[in-house]
Design a protein around this ligand. Structure first.
Ligand SMILES: [Cu+2]
Length: 69
């Protein structure tokens, strides 16, 4: 499934790398797409939304979640 997160303090490609690495060390098969302009992070994963959210926060970033469908 695809999960979308908004990460307001993701500013540059180094942030994208840290977030991607954190998520992929949690779920090795996850695909991460991040846009520093829109601050959106899209994750293709089989893990639960809360787990990915906690992983992003553990990497030091703030997550603003859009409402779950
Ligand atoms: Cu950065």
């Amino acid at each position: 499934m695809y999960l979308e997160f908004v990460v307001p303090d993701m500013a540059c490609s180094a942030c994208v790398k840290s977030i991607t690495r954190a998520i992929q060390s949690f779920d090795g098969s996850a695909e991460v797409n991040a846009n520093t302009d829109t601050k959106q992070v899209t994750v293709s994963t089989s893990r639960a939304r809360i787990e990915i959210e906690q992983t992003i926060m553990a990497a030091g970033y703030t997550v603003v979640s859009p409402p779950s469908p």
